[in-house]
Design a protein around this ligand. Structure first.
Ligand SMILES: Nc1ncnc2c1ncn2[C@@H]1O[C@H](COP(=O)(O)OP(=O)(O)OP(=O)(O)O)[C@@H](O)[C@H]1O
Ligand SMILES: [Mg+2]
Length: 312
């Protein structure tokens, strides 16, 4: 990024920028750039995100050519695959806060309540002059395919959706919609987004990298991780994170509560018992109990990585 572009995207003070959003506390929260982390994604998704960020930064050059950068994206995929994390990361890369709107909470059952919320939201967005990324999380809760029964609730949602879409067209910032129920999303809403990105369950390479990231500062030997890559096929990054963090927690706390942590299979069994995948998704092998002997053969306990002790 050139110096000039950095200056354009960076507001004078991030804290000042965050203040107006306090008015939206009932349905939105603000995430600052410094708290963002980069999700580990499939290379094709990473490339698409990189291209989009570059495009947003090149707004002037693109406009000189008579084209505009795409200003909105829809992220869809199973729960816990990093959609919210990715939106936050993109905002951080652009040097602005992420304003995460909980679509379900935006809907207010009182008469005209939702419309008032939408008006309030865009009022605040106007105040910060588009210097933020807006995430409409769980967008399916307002943008579901129209239901046949035209009840008051459905009517309210449709009118909110219509207003939102109109506002979004004139919004000068970046807008990201996220859903894990893409099958339920209204096709008209789907088409409104400049790009649609599938944030899917991680492949073998990504699961390896994700487990490595979240087991740090412990270093699991590659042979052990390779087995776990096999046993966790179908697991979400969120579940992998919870499992790796559970292992570290057990290794620290276990001995204090008289639990024997010298056996890897026993440690895994206790962690897995309290970190279950959602019942609607097929359980990865690690959660079906179809392991045991192999985990007992781990180089155990995993210890802290000492500098220079392992190859990358
Ligand atoms: N691809 C990833 N790489 C690394 N960590 C990830 C990834 N995806 C998710 N995580 C971790 O899992 C947790 C949940 O992620 P996140 O909330 O971004 O998922 P999501 O796709 O938005 O889920 P939902 O559909 O339930 O809203 C976060 O703590 C995040 O750090
Ligand atoms: Mg999310």
């Amino acid at each position: 990024m050139s110096r000039r572009e950095t200056k354009e995207m960076k507001p004078t003070s991030l804290d000042e920028l965050a203040k107006p959003f306090l008015q939206l506390q009932t349905f939105a929260d603000v995430k600052m750039p410094e708290e963002a982390e980069e999700p580990i994604l499939h290379p094709a998704v990473r490339a698409a995100v990189f291209e989009w960020i570059t495009e947003i930064r090149a707004v002037k050059e693109l406009e000189a050519m008579g084209v505009k950068p795409r200003r909105s994206a829809l992220f869809y995929g199973p729960p816990g695959t990093g959609k919210t994390t990715l939106a936050h990361h993109i905002a951080a890369r652009l040097g602005v806060p992420l304003v995460s709107v909980n679509s379900e909470q935006l809907i207010d059952s009182s008469l005209g309540g939702s419309q008032r919320n939408v008006a309030k939201l865009f009022n605040v967005l106007d105040m910060v002059n588009g210097k933020c990324v807006m995430l409409l999380d769980e967008i399916d809760s307002i943008g579901s395919k129209r239901s046949a029964d035209d009840q008051a609730g459905a009517r309210e949602m449709n009118s909110v959706l219509t207003t939102l879409l109109r506002k979004v067209e004139s919004f000068t910032g970046i807008m990201i919609g996220a859903t894990n129920r893409n099958d339920a999303l209204d096709p008209a809403l789907w088409r409104r987004f400049g790009l649609q990105l599938s944030v899917d369950l991680p492949s073998d390479d990504e699961r390896y990298a994700i487990m490595r990231r979240y087991i740090a500062p412990l270093a699991a030997p590659d042979e052990d991780l390779d087995l776990l890559v096999d046993l966790t096929r179908g697991a979400s990054p969120a579940l992998l994170r919870a499992t790796m963090e559970g292992i570290k927690r057990t290794l620290v706390i276990g001995p204090r509560i008289g639990r024997d942590v010298s056996n890897a299979a026993a440690v895994f069994a206790s962690v897995i018992a309290s970190n279950q995948p959602h019942p609607d998704i097929p359980s990865p092998r690690l959660w079906t109990g179809a392991y045991g002997e192999e985990i007992s053969a781990f180089t155990w306990p995993w210890v802290k990585e000492s500098k220079g002790s392992r190859s990358a």
